[in-house]
Design a protein around this ligand. Structure first.
Ligand code: 5CA
Ligand code: ZN
Length: 418
């Protein structure tokens, strides 16, 4: 699939430190030490509605990973999927009386525009579920041949993964069985379906149902793929096993990331799928998680349409820590707009407070589990000192504002120049 254009990345003097992030499977903050090219897979959108601020916050968190790695001198291979066939997409198309392909294409195009406006570095591989179906089918056939998967004998053609054969099942989320069952039922699973070997077995392939789109499937069937095998296949076929960061929102901890890992580990007989599973917290509105199914949404495109500077949206979302569940409030945007204006005034000056300590502080804060509020505070302090001594004074350095402008662009992704 077409990705989106890359923003220019200014080069900074020196290099940033090793990134540490919180790994769900270990339950703590760990250093990530990529060997050679750093590899990251981030779960992409299901394009049945526009990008809301929750999605945006998640992609901004992983954009920081990408930026910190590049600043530390790594080449980065970044992969993202688009779940362009799934139940919610078909349901929305049906209820709106629209062709599901047209809906998916339109919302994906809008997502690209939003990501471009927010200056999110594009994935190197942007892969749709539909275009990956032939490769997904090969994987399901392998799981069937190895005895890791089975077809139900109820005439549906549905295929499941037998989790009792997965030795590391549970190691990504570290949830107990009761918690897994609860999330499985809440998030699209079918624990009570007759004929399954284990209640938590996830769907790999859904046989064709009347009126649903279908593709050639395993063992001569027709139908469409399950959700977790989509991400397992796309990751394996692009960056392979043992990649550095698997990313997504905390709503994907279970079942999605657990089962993507189960599928991939069964397919390769190796572990782990990802070396760190990193999850961004949920953005809420009016006391609830912002979600398409609840309809309590603020869209990036709507704010842009209202004339809001995308850099203010970016700063507003980064003013909270990626691992803190937080509510979206109009105040966040107002504060970000004021901050942006003050930073822009400061970097427009020919001289300012020394820039090197800001560079060091921003690098250090971001490398410490993506502490964007800490990084922003360091730039705030610099802007305040610079604006207070705009007529010169002790310690004011020529050219400092230009370096701060570049570091804010390269590390925080906020462009201050016109
Ligand atoms: N297509 C799947 C992933 S393979 C999916 O979850 N799509 S999504 O459109 O529902 O979500 C896209 C990304 O945004 C996911 O990483 C999800 O975890 C994240 N996300 C969804 N809602 C929120 C929210 N309220 N706050 C933060 N992140 C969110
Ligand atoms: Zn995914």
């Amino acid at each position: 699939m077409l990705s989106w254009p890359a923003p220019l990345l200014p080069t900074l003097p020196g290099a940033g430190p090793v990134l540490s992030v919180h790994d769900t499977s270990r339950g703590r903050v760990v250093p990530v030490r990529p060997e050679g090219t750093a590899r990251m897979y981030v779960c992409g959108i299901t394009p049945y509605d526009a990008t809301h601020l929750g999605h945006a916050a998640t992609y901004l968190a992983f954009d920081l990973v990408n930026r910190v790695w590049r600043d530390a001198g790594h080449a980065v291979r970044y992969v993202q999927n688009v779940t362009d066939i799934d139940d919610p997409l078909l349901e929305r198309a049906e209820s709106d009386g629209e062709d599901w392909i047209v809906l998916a294409m339109r919302e994906t195009a809008l997502f690209r525009e939003d990501m471009t406006a927010l200056r999110v570095l594009p994935p190197d591989d942007y892969v749709g579920a539909v275009e990956a179906i032939p490769r997904i089918v090969v994987k399901i056939e392998q799981l069937l041949a190895d005895g890791d998967a089975y077809a139900l004998d109820d005439g549906t053609g549905d295929v499941y993964h037998d989790v009792s054969r997965a030795p590391d099942f549970g190691s990504e989320s570290r949830y107990d069985e009761a918690t897994m069952l609860r999330f499985f039922a809440e998030r699209g699973g079918d624990p009570d379906r007759p004929g399954k070997r284990n209640r938590l077995d996830p769907l790999l392939w859904r046989g064709q149902r009347p009126g649903e789109p279908s593709w050639p499937g395993p063992q001569g069937t027709t139908g469409r793929p399950g959700w977790h095998i989509e991400c397992a296949t796309i990751a394996l076929d692009t960056i392979g096993m043992g990649f550095d960061v698997q990313g997504g929102g905390s709503d994907l901890i279970f079942p999605h990331h657990e089962f993507s890992a189960v599928h991939a580990e069964a397919l390769t007989d190796t572990a782990p799928f990802a070396r760190a599973y990193v999850h961004s917290a949920m953005i809420g509105l009016d006391g609830e998680k912002m979600s398409k199914s609840r309809g309590n949404l603020v869209f990036v495109s709507r704010l842009r349409g209202d004339g809001v500077d995308p850099m203010a949206i970016r700063l507003a979302l980064l003013s909270g820590h990626y691992r803190t569940d937080r509510a979206w409030m109009p105040d966040l945007l107002r504060t970000a707009q004021e901050r942006l204006a003050s930073w822009r005034r400061a970097v427009a000056l020919p001289a300012g407070a020394p820039a090197q300590p800001v560079l060091t502080a921003v690098r250090e804060r971001l490398a410490d589990d993506l502490d964007s509020p800490g990084a922003i505070a360091a730039v705030d302090a610099w802007a305040e000192a610079t604006l207070a001594h705009r007529d010169g004074g002790p310690g004011v350095e020529d050219g400092a504002p230009a370096l701060v402008r570049d570091l804010v662009d390269a590390l925080l992704g906020v462009r201050l120049a016109d």
